[in-house]
Write a protein that binds this ligand. Structure first.
Ligand code: AP5
Ligand code: MG
Length: 212
C-alpha cells in the first residue's frame, strides 16, 4: 500500500496525472480540491464552511481541512494519491501522524516543477466535467466534441476559481504556505522533482520511472 503525494502549484498538472495513476495503477484519488467542490455542490455543512475560502482562491483553514480529510480517509483502503494535500507544514505534520497511526508512510512525493508563466494559460483554458470531474484544456487537451465530456456527454464548465484575479490569490497562497513543503519532503528524503513543463505524455513517463 503506497502513499504518493503530488505537490505543485495550481495548474501544474496534478489532477491530470492523477487520472492516469488511477487508470494504470488503480490508486485511490484523494483530491482535497475535489472533496471541497463536492461538499459545496451538495451544500453540506463542510461545504458551507469552505465556500468563501475556496471560491476566492484562499486556503481553507487547517482545522476544517484536516477534519474533512480524516473523515474521507475512514472509507479508503489501499494505495492513495494525495492530490492537493498537504498544503501547509501543519497539514504535512498531521498527515505524518495519521499515517503513522495506521502503520503507513509516504512512499513518494512528486514535486511538479513548472515555469510560473505557463500556469495562467493552463488554468484559464481548463474546462471540467461537472459530472465525472474529468479535466480538459481548450487547446492542449480538448474534448472530442467541443464543450462536451468524452466520457458522459455532460456540458463542460469552468471552475469558479479559474479566473485571472483568483489565480493571483491562489499563487500567493501557494508561495507562502505550500512551497515550503518542498524542503519538508526533501528532508524526509522522499521527494522527486518532476519536470511538469512538458507534454502530458512526457510528464507521465517521468512518473512511471519513479514508481517502477
Ligand atoms: P485544487 O482543486 O487542489 O486546485 P489547485 O491546487 O489550485 O490545483 P489545480 O487543480 O488548479 O491544478 P492541477 O495541478 O490539478 O492541474 P490540472 O491537472 O487540472 O484546490 C482548489 C482550492 O481548494 C484551493 O485554492 C483551496 O481554496 C482549496 N483547497 C484544496 N486543498 C486544500 C488544502 N489542502 N488546504 C486548504 N485548502 C485547500 O491541469 C491544469 C490545466 O492544464 C488543465 O486544463 C489540463 O488539461 C492542462 N494540462 C495539464 N497537464 C498539461 C501538460 N503537461 N501540458 C499542457 N497542458 C496541461
Ligand atoms: Mg487539480
Amino acid at each position: 500500500m503506497k502513499n504518493i503525494i503530488l505537490l505543485g502549484a495550481p495548474g501544474s498538472g496534478k489532477g491530470t496525472q492523477s487520472e492516469h495513476l488511477i487508470q494504470e495503477y488503480g490508486f485511490h484519488h484523494l483530491s482535497t480540491g475535489d472533496i471541497i467542490r463536492k461538499n459545496i455542490h451538495d451544500n453540506t455543512e463542510y461545504g458551507q464552511l469552505c465556500k468563501k475560502y475556496s471560491e476566492e482562491g484562499k486556503l481553507v483553514p487547517d482545522d476544517i481541512m484536516i477534519a474533512m480529510v480524516e473523515d474521507h480517509l475512514k472509507n479508503l483502503q489501499g494505495s492513495i494519491i494525495w492530490d492537493g494535500f498537504p498544503r501547509t507544514i501543519n497539514q504535512a505534520q498531521k498527515l505524518d501522524q495519521l499515517l503513522a497511526k495506521l502503520g503507513r508512510k509516504i512512499n513518494h512525493t512528486l514535486y511538479f516543477e513548472i515555469d510560473e508563466s505557463k500556469l495562467i494559460a493552463r488554468i484559464t483554458g481548463r474546462r471540467i466535467c461537472p459530472k465525472c470531474g474529468k479535466t480538459y484544456h481548450l487547446t492542449a487537451l480538448p474534448p472530442k466534441q467541443e464543450g462536451l465530456c468524452d466520457l458522459d456527454g455532460s456540458a463542460l464548465i469552468q471552475r469558479a476559481d479559474d479566473s485571472v484575479d483568483k489565480i493571483t490569490v491562489r499563487l500567493a497562497a501557494y508561495h507562502k504556505d505550500t512551497a515550503p513543503l518542498v524542503d519538508y519532503y526533501l528532508h524526509q528524503q522522499n521527494l522527486t522533482v518532476i519536470d511538469a513543463d512538458m507534454t502530458g505524455h512526457a510528464v507521465w513517463d517521468q512518473i512511471v520511472a519513479v514508481l517502477k
